[in-house]
Design a protein around this ligand. Sequence first.
Ligand code: ZN
Length: 177
Amino acid sequence: MRKPENFYKIDNETITIGSQPVTIDVSKEGFFVTQCGGLNHWNNVVLFEMDWEKDQYNIKICVLGEGTDGWYLHEKLPIPKSLMRTISSFKEFVIVNMVDVASNVDLTNVEPNLAGETQLDAVEKKHNVPSSSGPNVTYEVTENVGGIADLWSCTCPAYQYSKEIPQTCKHIKSINT
Ligand SMILES: [Zn+2]
């Protein structure tokens, strides 16, 4: 579907989920949902990445103040076109999704993608690094693997066979400088 012409109109709209007011903040990726009003104790914001071309959206849990760094709670969900027509139906879409988020994630905690598991000290981050050997090859570098600060991994063969301790590769080194 095409991006709804009036999509920008939802920017700064406030909705209430349970008793929690939240604000919609339109961004280039889609929109953020952030806590507002009263006691602010969320340490996360929820990013809805809207892929209008593919009619899909992702829900990403981002660390407050860290931009779009975070982890995916859901990926490639179908965009319900009927709810994109009006501001009020769009708000319904946000509420349904935020109820699902709140039932899966404690938004007051900064935690990796195993909601409710051990409190870890860092949030796993994924970086895509293009391979120097081919234009269509990309490796995925993971920072803070399993929520462990400064633990890195990469999907490239050099990392897999690295004899260094800890294992490393040029893709990790290109980011971790
Ligand atoms: Zn690598």
